[in-house]
Design a protein. Structure first.
Length: 713
């Protein structure tokens, strides 16, 4: 767990131990309501606090090293000024820290606090009347208008005296002296009084000793802080049984360990293994999911369980639990986490079928129902019955499975079809596990309805598969990414973009030609901070379906052992490696919140950018002090060269109008000098399907270093 530390330089220790909500009656669980006279003095109103998920029922999401941005509407009657702050603390701390909020227009306020610890953090917005600030503003107006301000000086003296009673040390003495001079203002030159009143010292002292007696507070909200890998990660799915360098031999976990240098070269963070458990023999599926298996057919890894064990056992042909431990350790030594598939279902041969028949749903004839998703039938799989009368014992058994693998160093899980299990179960399981192991990551493989996907994220799933796999046109991509990154969805839903999976070979990949794999790879790697590929099928551009109209692979690894030639000349391994080096070198690509789309006259050109401010780039180790801004231009047409004028939002990019700027293409290492919002691009997908342009500092006017023309390749 990350070490907890005090908040950054913008934070100060808040008064008291808990943020009280004086603006409304407290819930019964928080004690009695304040007396009406107290509530009647509270004038500020706080509304529309973000981030919050379902009124605070669920925590928002953040990662270690993030800055949590809190916004709220805060206002009061009349014309008095307000002061707003965010109070925050880790759930295990009693001390609250305070961060000032700044107005951003239309009574909207914003404050930012850093998080460096795993687990739940709590926060609330507080607001109160800035009496000294309001007095100073009004006094300035009277003096500027030439009006008599003697009475106002006496009002100010009383306010400053009250502030002095709240102050300590030198501040107390200074404020007391100022109050005296204000009361004796008729004997002081007006210029001297003005210097004391309108100088920075009084403003700073008033900020340190505010009058919070009638402050308002929002309801307490929370944010759960995950490991950095929950926000930024590159996944790779690999079937261990296909990892053998010898095509005549069943792959083993030791062979997967032998793949680590290859995965390291690719820049992979998370190696995801489909189920590694014993596979049942009853109703085993054959090649391409045939209902009849031939001798030697290995069966589906998702048909879990045999006489050799169940969800906490290792398939004997893959190795042993010691081999798992060795693989996890070897992967960790090169910076790779091993993720395991959680598939809560059983083959007919699973030990639970005999030990706990009540955990399965039975037909009227007493037989156990196998899994179905009409027209698909899975005779080799028994789904668990979560409505069993013995549900508590079932839940405990499934939690023990997770805890078993955590005890062997696996803290990242890809969860198979979580939308087919009860949402309360996941909320209980994930919260129970994260209470003890907050570093744990759960990826939801739920290609289902949007509201179900979002609910899974709310109840605790760290990341989620998405519809990116099928979003292909410019309009589809822009509208979907806007939903994921620029609405309240972003507070709780972390997308993980996969161009392919063992179950999904899209029509576009089947028929888009070799370049479509490069196009989809660039989109996944730059639109989302987390993405994954099912390999080696992806980098080797496997594109043959089981049959026309199917999204299933022919000779799918779900049912067969494959041998892959990683040295094939058409492999995209070098492109994968380059993209992941770019992602690691540019913090802008490690977040989703700054994604902005820009215009283009050609619908086949998708233009978007991501940025990180200078202080954030320094925190992530990027050399220099400049902000990190990257602009992507992607040709969505995998077959034809596309060209056109693009229209950049220069304000969003922080570019001064009228000054040329350098654009360094991180894919090709070419440099271009652009000027103004409109620039011309040409992209041939057979050469390179995209620009990934790092925005450099403004330059003096000069011809384009690549071609001598503005922005043309």
């Amino acid at each position: 767990m990350a070490k907890r530390s005090a908040a950054g330089p913008r934070s100060q220790e808040a008064e008291g131990r808990e943020p009280a909500d004086h603006s409304r009656p407290a819930p019964a669980s928080q004690g009695p309501s304040p007396p009406p006279t107290s509530r009647g003095k509270v004038r500020p109103v706080i509304e529309a606090v973000r981030p919050q998920v379902d009124g605070g029922r669920y925590p928002a999401k953040a990662a270690v090293g993030d800055e949590v941005t809190v916004e709220a509407d805060a206002f009061a009657d009349g014309h008095d000024l307000l002061v707003c702050e965010v109070r925050h603390r880790h759930a295990s701390d009693n001390r609250w820290l305070a961060v000032p909020m700044v107005p951003i227009g239309n009574d909207r306020w914003r404050g930012v606090f850093p998080v460096s610890d795993l687990g739940r953090h709590r926060f609330a917005v507080h607001a109160w009347i800035d009496r000294i600030g309001t007095w100073r503003r009004d006094l300035r107006a009277r003096i500027d208008a030439g009006q008599d301000a003697s009475a106002d000086l006496l009002v100010g003296a009383a306010l400053v005296e009250r502030a002095a009673r709240r102050a300590q040390g030198a501040d107390k003495r200074s404020l007391t002296a100022l109050a005296g001079r204000l009361r004796d203002a008729e004997h002081s030159p007006a210029a001297a009084v003005a210097e004391l009143v309108f100088g920075d010292d009084l403003a700073e002292q008033a900020r340190r000793y505010p009058d919070r007696t009638a402050a308002a507070a929002s309801p307490e909200l929370s944010v759960f802080v995950d490991p950095e890998r929950a926000r930024f990660s590159t996944w790779y799915e690999l079937f261990p049984r296909s990892a053998s360098p010898n095509p005549t031999r069943h792959g083993m976990l030791a062979d997967v360990e032998g793949r680590l240098p290859y995965l390291t070269r690719l820049g992979i963070d998370v190696l995801y293994l489909p189920p590694i458990h014993p596979i049942g023999a009853t109703s085993r599926k054959g090649d391409d999911g045939s209902p009849v298996a031939r001798p030697g057919d290995p069966g589906s890894p998702w048909a879990i369980g045999s006489a050799d064990g169940g969800h906490t056992s290792v398939h004997p042909q893959l190795g042993s639990i010691d081999d798992v431990d060795h693989l996890v350790g070897a992967a960790a030594s090169v910076g790779i986490d091993v993720a395991l598939d959680l598939a809560f279902q059983c083959s007919p041969d699973h030990p639970w079928v005999g030990e706990h028949p009540e955990w399965f749903r039975h037909r009227p004839d007493g037989s156990i129902r196998y899994a179905e998703n009409p027209p698909k039938r899975y005779e080799d799989i028994f789904p668990l019955d979560f409505e069993t009368e013995d549900w508590r014992q079932l839940w405990d058994a499934l939690k023990e499975v997770v805890e078993f693998w955590i005890s062997h160093g696996i803290t990242v899980f890809r969860v198979d079809n979580p939308h087919t299990k009860p949402l309360p179960f996941w909320e209980w399981l994930i919260s129970s596990v994260k209470r003890v192991h907050p570093e744990t990551i759960f990826l939801a493989e739920a290609f289902t309805r949007p509201k179900v996907m979002y609910r899974l994220a709310k109840v605790g799933f760290t990341q989620s598969y998405t519809y990116f796999t099928w979003r292909q046109t410019r309009w589809e991509l822009e509208s979907y990414l806007t939903e994921l990154t620029a609405t309240e969805v972003a507070d709780f839903f972390r997308p993980n973009f996969w161009p392919n999976t063992p179950d999904i070979l899209t029509d576009q990949l089947q028929h888009g030609g070799p370049s479509i794999f490069s196009v989809r790879l660039v989109l996944a790697a730059t639109l989302a901070a987390s993405y994954g590929i099912y390999g080696p099928a992806f980098e080797l551009q496997e594109r043959i379906p089981r049959q026309p109209g199917s999204e299933e692979y022919r000779h799918s690894e779900k049912y067969a052992i494959r041998h892959w030639d990683l040295d094939r000349p058409n492999s995209l391994a070098d492109l994968v490696s380059r993209l992941n080096r770019i992602r690691r070198g540019h913090p802008a690509l490690q977040f989703n919140d700054s994604l902005r789309f820009h215009g283009s006259e050609n619908e086949q050109l998708l233009v978007y950018s991501k940025s990180r401010p200078a202080h954030a780039t320094a925190a992530h180790g990027l050399p220099g002090t400049d902000a990190d801004t990257v602009v992507m231009v992607v040709n969505l047409d995998p077959t034809h060269r596309q060209s056109g004028w693009i229209d950049l939002d220069l304000d969003a990019l922080g570019v001064e109008v009228g000054r040329p700027f350098d654009m360094h293409d991180l894919l090709t290492d070419a440099h271009y000098q652009w000027e103004g919002a409109r620039n011309f691009v040409i992209l041939d997908p057979k050469v390179v399907p995209a620009h990934i342009l790092h925005l450099g500092r403004p330059t003096a006017t000069a011809p384009n270093r690549a071609t001598g023309t503005r922005g043309v390749r």
